[in-house]
Design a binder for this molecule. Structure first.
Ligand code: FPP
Length: 232
């Protein structure tokens, strides 16, 4: 089985998973978080080198205060716990997205985790937090505009590679496989630039139930696709 070098996942369906069990949505997020820990281990075990997950979008702030507060609590705990997990999995962790919107303690935890795990090499794990692809591209363009006006960059130097270097995902290869759980078949503003040639896999399985067997199914689907390199 050919294992994709980079897998991107839109984690979806925590709320419905909890509702089916008569539980609050926050319980679904807790289970979703536990599942993410398992999937990181499985990905590493299978030989995936890059894993990027969409955990909190620029749109997610519109959810109820109760739900957003619950997610912030979950991120706080997870980011601390992830120090140990990164060591156990020899996993480098990076956050993509505009983290300036988070409380300063969350920003500090992110910096600490990124710094602690920077030399780990088995799995490169990216967590998209307050991420939106359009926002990422606008931030990149502002940064480019600064470099143009300061003379660090000239108009003729702008190429796809140069633009890519201004994105949060600079230094990462593009995803080979994108998975979205829970039956939705949209990109929801996730890595629009980076997914240009990626294979998509959609499944009805809700994120907390997306286990090793389901990941292998997705990889088998990817293997069945006729990848025409250098084409469309
Ligand atoms: C989608 O389910 C999930 C989210 C918006 C949050 C994702 C968060 C986690 C999986 C928690 C763990 C992540 C980290 C990085 C700690 P949904 O609420 O949209 O579900 P629904 O579509 O069924 O309502």
């Amino acid at each position: 089985m050919r294992v994709p070098n980079h897998i991107a996942i839109i984690l979806d369906g925590n709320g419905r998973w909890a509702k089916k069990r008569g539980m609050p949505r926050s319980f679904g997020h807790v289970k979703g978080c536990e599942n993410l820990e398992d999937i990181c281990e499985v990905a590493k075990e299978l030989g995936v080198k890059y894993l990027t997950v969409y955990a909190f979008s620029t749109e997610n702030w519109k959810r109820s205060k109760e739900e957003v507060d619950g997610l912030m609590k979950l991120f706080r705990n997870y980011l601390k716990k992830c120090i140990k997990i990164s060591q156990k999995n020899n996993m480098r962790v990076k956050v993509i997205g505009d983290i300036t919107a988070f409380d300063s303690d969350i920003q500090e935890s992110i910096e600490k985790l990124e710094d602690f795990s920077k030399d780990f090499t088995d799995l490169h794990f990216q967590i998209a937090l307050n991420y939106g692809s359009r926002d990422e591209m606008v931030r990149a363009m502002r940064h480019m505009a600064d470099d143009l006006s300061s003379g660090n960059l000239s108009k003729d130097e702008i190429t796809e590679e140069v633009f890519n270097g201004y994105l949060d995902t600079k230094e990462l290869p593009d995803p080979d496989l994108m998975i979205r759980t829970s039956g939705e078949e949209r990109l929801s503003n996730f890595m629009l630039w980076q997914l240009a040639y990626t294979e998509f896999y959609f499944t009805d399985v809700l994120w907390p139930d997306f286990n090793k067997k389901e990941l292998i199914k997705a990889i088998e689907y990817y293997n069945g696709r006729d990848r025409r390199f250098g084409g469309i």
